[in-house]
Design a protein around this ligand. Sequence first.
Ligand SMILES: Nc1ncnc2c1ncn2[C@@H]1O[C@H](COP(=O)(O)OP(=O)(O)O)[C@@H](O)[C@H]1O
Ligand SMILES: O=C(CO)[C@@H](O)[C@H](O)COP(=O)(O)O
Length: 594
Amino acid sequence: MADQFLGFDLSTQQLKGIVIKSDLRLVHEAKVDFDADFPKYGIHKGVLTNPSAGEVFAPVAIWLEAIDLVLQRLKEQGADLSKIRGISGAGMQHGTVFWSHDAETLLAGLDGRKSLVEQLSGAANGGQKSAFSHPNSPNWQDASTQNQCERFDAALGSPEKLAQSTGSKAHHRFSGPQILRFREKFPEDYEATSRISLVSSFFASVFLGKVAPIDKGDVCGTNLWDINTGRWHDDLLKLTAGGSDIDGLRTMLGDVYEDGGKSFGSISPYFVKRYGFSSSAQIVTFTGDNPSTILALPLRSSDAIVSLGTSTTFLMSTTRYMPDPAYHFMNHPTTSGLYMFMLCYKNGGLAREHIRDAINSLTPSATPNSWDLFNSTATSTPVLGQENPKSDPQRLGLFFPRPEIVPNVKAGTWRFLYKNDRLSAVNSANDNSSADWPIPKADARAILESQFLSLRLRSQNLVEPQGALPPQPRRIYMVGGGAANSAIAELAGQVLGGSEGVYKLDIGGNACALGAAYKAAWGVQRENDENFEDFLEKRWNEEGFVKKICEGYRKGVFERYGDALKGFAEMEHKAFEEMGEGKLMDQNAGGKVT
Ligand SMILES: Nc1ncnc2c1ncn2[C@@H]1O[C@H](COP(=O)(O)OP(=O)(O)O)[C@@H](O)[C@H]1O
Ligand SMILES: O=C(CO)[C@@H](O)[C@H](O)COP(=O)(O)O
């Protein structure tokens, strides 16, 4: 019987499941789209919001329903789940799930004749016992914890010190500030909580039939884990637990294991009975979606991944731990001594969609949701909006329909013309078009340039000269929903460079789920102490697995975008002065030109 492995990606808007063989080739894939498949929850783009408090959250019940549905869809496609020897998954970073005191009993006693949601979610079983002390999981887009973040940053003395210890300054979405707010806002629910999971360990728990440990990469998204000592940070636990029951909180969070390929045990009998899994299928540590994505490719130093999902993230794997409040460092999910560098933006796919829709609305015959007009408008607009680079000002904009993470500013749109070291604001109101900045057409190129300039500004100290070329990534790999868009890839190459070019994965639609499936295969099949990189290298098929989309570095163009970084950083400072949250811009966003 040929062994197969199952990988999942539980992201903002979808759950994707893929089956691979031992040679890493894809056999089946299926997905569940939360808005389309579960309209009864009233969600939009996967979440519910309470804008007055900055809250963004998702009912955990949706994810339970999605697990049953995606497995059913895999089976309908002909997947033989009895062949699966290992399962791993990726949960969107950084969400938090609160289990009730009944959780372990309910997880252990799941009946294969009933659905997960019926048995685990109190709301769906007529208010009977629920496995959750709170029905919702704060989503990574949540911005309700500014107060708690300030207390976290202050707890160790400064954002720099917190970043030095935990890999990041305090972030709204991280579990530490979220748990602190949860305890203060819902004290009874906190009392009713037995264990706390991240989305990834919640997801592993369902498959395992008991609450699973948090992964060593994903735990770095809590502001509670000391990366240097490899332990929970007592001072930060104390702040979160309110100075009282630190050991209680430590128990709620559980142990974290060094081995990212560790099996936590065999699959829950629920899945054996209901879907025909083998009872020996192993549940291998589930990690965050970003750490999982870096496992989908044999990343070399100076390679970068740009993930264009609901969020935009920029990922690199590095041996250098250089924490800074501007970005995140996390433990590599499989390999000791390596770290994941990450930048994460809330205003990714949805911000681009706003401009796409505004452009489509100018043409009554345009197909709704089509990217064609957005793409042709972006690529036909000159670099930085300058017909004549010598005389025209640069067009620079920030497009944040949601509060942003980098920089930490409230929602807003800023458009500037930059010339002779001076920024002049134009058209901040979206309906106020002018010849200097025609709205929405000029926005198409400007938003892409803006998103990639921000990545370039903040990653410039991590990239190295490539031969005779200036410092830049070697390869840029595009992943996530937006990787299907060749115009976006083109702009990524123009702004960020990439001495070998811009690439995408050519196997299946989802790097993150592939990374999880590869980790499951490694966890089960590795021989002795074989590390993940060697395991992948042996099976990697460069021609079959990746595809070059376009050139990266373009002489002259790359340098013009380099010149634009100064005005871009000044623009961010202006936006921060107007709408920033928290302390100094340099501490919050690292928007410095070096
Ligand atoms: N052809 C395309 N061009 C640009 N963006 C796209 C395209 N197809 C999908 N997207 C974007 O991908 C986003 C979804 O990304 P995906 O990675 O699938 O989801 P998730 O955030 O749930 O992981 C959508 O919000 C959409 O903006
Ligand atoms: O890291 C973060 C948020 O902290 C994001 O990347 C989320 O993990 C969401 O991922 P997508 O839904 O955009 O794939």
